[in-house]
Every structure is written in structure tokens, then in C-alpha cells.
Ligand binder design. Structure first.
Ligand SMILES: Nc1ncnc2c1ncn2[C@@H]1O[C@H](COP(=O)(O)OP(=O)(O)O)[C@@H](O)[C@H]1O
Ligand SMILES: [Mg+2]
Ligand SMILES: [Zn+2]
Length: 288
């Protein structure tokens, strides 16, 4: 049996893919494999081909500028890259499950927030400072924000601005009204739900920052009163030690009545307070 000469086979096959060698016979050129060192593991690897046409003095190179990785390292790297992309996709879809920006606030940012008076100016400045602190401070030193004020004064607007800015720099951020979050929990009671109430509570623990918008507006009907309070308490408890932004139309003197004493007192722990008791911005937009 005749041994197969692989290096001759390789030499011959170069005519198939090196344009200079197209149509030539194997005797018309010389060839050598270029050996390279894998830049990752230092092992020998294929570094392309060099060839010399009959009558030429110079060697030419083909495919010699590879990524410099051996097959093993190259496939490991692309696997790692794929895992990284999967992780990013998973993170995004996780966040989007708790990302409900109201349509009129889709473009809400610090730039679009008018500083109409001292109150709105202070509120915006406190939020901007909050974003800065969030990024440079230690995680355990981060605060909560409690935005209180009458409707239409920009509490949600400023919270969206904070949430979006921090999400864009890579933090895991959620934005949801307490009413919507309670509805998501209620959905898990459906027989065909594949998630449990506890799954949701575990999810919301994970966020670096969670905005709980419009606290106090979630009151369902009378039958649900105690369930709502109990569940709201569990939600707020699950965020203990993790920064949370609360917005509410209630104030210091009626918040306890709206959400219950236990919840109300939790809101002030480690919180920076933002007062937005000023006139409704939407009234400015009236035609007459
Ligand atoms: N100071 C402001 N500058 C610009 N737009 C504002 C300002 N305050 C409120 N708005 C706009 O008015 C509307 C109501 O504000 P919103 O933040 O939803 O009020 P709320 O305090 O009730 O959460 C939004 O469209 C918001 O963008
Ligand atoms: Mg609001
Ligand atoms: Zn290698």
C-alpha cells in the first residue's frame, strides 16, 4: 500500500484557492506552510502559505495574516464571545420585563426638564447628583430617592431620566408603577403561569436600581385591600439594602393613610427626599 503524502496533496491543492496559482501544474511552483505561534497558548499553528512561481526569486505569502490563534483557541474564543452575547441578550430581556416607560415620557431626560422655579431646579439638581453618586460611590452607600409632589410636576419624568441614564451606562435598572408590579404578581396566580409570586420578588431584588412609580395609586377594590398592602410590603421589603426610587402624589401627612404605616415608615429609611409640590406642568400646556 502506498502511503499518502499529505504535504504533496496540500501543495497540489493550493491551485484551488490561491489566485496566482490558478491553472498551474504542481511542478510550476514551490510551496511551504508558514508556521505560526498561537498568540493565546503559544502552541504551533498554521500561519498560511508561502509559494514561489517558477522563474521567480521572491516567495509570496497567502493567508499569512490570520488572527494568530490555533484552532483550539479560536473555537474557544468564539464560544466565549457567543456566551457573552447570550448574557447581554438575557440581561436586556430580563430588564425589559420590568421596564415600562409611559409613552409621554419616552424622551424624558434632564435636558428636556424645564427649571421653572426653585422647586423644579432643586429637584433636577438632586437627581443629577444622585446619578453621579450612584456611579462613583460604593454600592452599599447608595441611597433611595423619595419624590413627593402633586400630579404633573415631573416626578416620573425625572425618575425616567435617572433610570435611563444609569441603564445606558450598564446598570441593571427597572422602571414600573407599583400598580403594574402588583398586576404582574397577580398574574402568577393564574393556573397556566410558569412563574410564581416568589420568582417576581426574587427578580426585583436583582436590580441595581428599581423605580417604583406612583406609589399609593395602586389601590384595588375593597376585597383586595389587605392583599395589596401585604404584597406592597413584601415588594418594598425585598428591596431593602438595594437603591429604590419611589414617586408618589401623596405627602408626608397622608402617605401613611394611603399605603399604611408600616410601608410609609420604610420609605424614609436611607432616602433622599425630593419635594415637588409646585404647579402642574401640564396646565402650562393648556390652549386657553
Ligand atoms: N419641568 C418640566 N419640564 C418639562 N416637562 C415637564 C416638566 N414637568 C412635567 N413635565 C411633563 O409633564 C408631563 C407630566 O409629568 P410627569 O413626570 O408624568 O408628572 P408626575 O409628577 O405626575 O409624575 C410629562 O409629559 C412630563 O414630561
Ligand atoms: Mg407620575
Ligand atoms: Zn492556541
Amino acid at each position: 500500500m502506498q502511503a499518502i503524502n499529505f504535504s504533496y496533496l496540500a501543495h497540489k491543492s493550493l491551485r484551488m484557492f490561491i489566485p496566482d496559482l490558478k491553472g498551474l501544474e504542481p511542478e510550476d511552483y514551490e510551496s511551504e506552510e508558514i508556521e505560526a505561534i498561537c498568540t493565546e497558548c503559544g502552541g504551533n499553528t498554521h500561519g498560511g502559505w508561502k509559494y514561489k512561481l517558477q522563474g521567480d526569486n521572491e516567495w509570496r505569502e497567502y493567508d499569512s495574516s490570520k488572527d494568530g490563534l490555533c484552532l483550539d483557541c479560536s473555537s474557544r474564543k468564539s464560544f466565549e464571545e457567543e456566551m457573552k452575547q447570550n448574557k447581554i441578550r438575557y440581561r436586556e430581556s430580563f430588564m425589559n420585563r420590568y421596564w415600562f416607560i409611559p409613552t409621554d415620557l419616552e424622551n424624558a431626560g434632564f435636558k428636556t426638564y424645564e427649571r421653572r422655579n426653585n422647586i423644579t431646579t432643586n429637584a433636577a439638581n438632586t437627581c443629577i447628583a444622585y446619578v453621579k453618586e450612584f456611579q462613583k460611590g460604593k454600592p452599599e452607600e447608595r441611597h433611595n430617592l423619595l419624590l413627593m409632589g402633586n400630579p404633573g410636576t415631573g416626578k416620573s419624568h425625572l425618575s425616567v431620566a435617572v433610570a435611563r441614564t444609569l441603564r445606558e451606562v450598564g446598570f441593571l435598572v427597572g422602571f414600573i408603577t407599583t400598580g403594574k408590579l402588583l398586576a404582574l404578581i397577580k398574574d402568577t396566580y393564574n393556573r397556566d403561569s410558569d412563574r410564581s409570586e416568589n420568582d417576581i420578588l426574587e427578580d426585583i431584588k436583582k436590580f441595581d436600581l428599581l423605580v417604583l412609580d406612583d406609589l399609593g395609586a395602586e389601590q384595588g377594590n375593597k376585597d383586595e385591600f389587605s392583599w395589596t398592602r401585604k404584597t406592597l410590603f413584601e415588594i418594598i421589603n425585598s428591596r431593602l439594602g438595594k437603591p429604590t426610587i419611589y414617586t408618589t402624589n401623596f405627602n408626608d401627612s397622608n402617605i401613611a393613610e394611603a399605603v399604611g404605616e408600616r410601608i410609609a415608615s420604610r420609605l424614609y429609611v436611607k432616602s433622599k427626599f425630593i419635594d415637588l409640590f409646585t404647579d402642574d406642568y401640564r396646565k402650562k400646556l393648556r390652549v386657553i
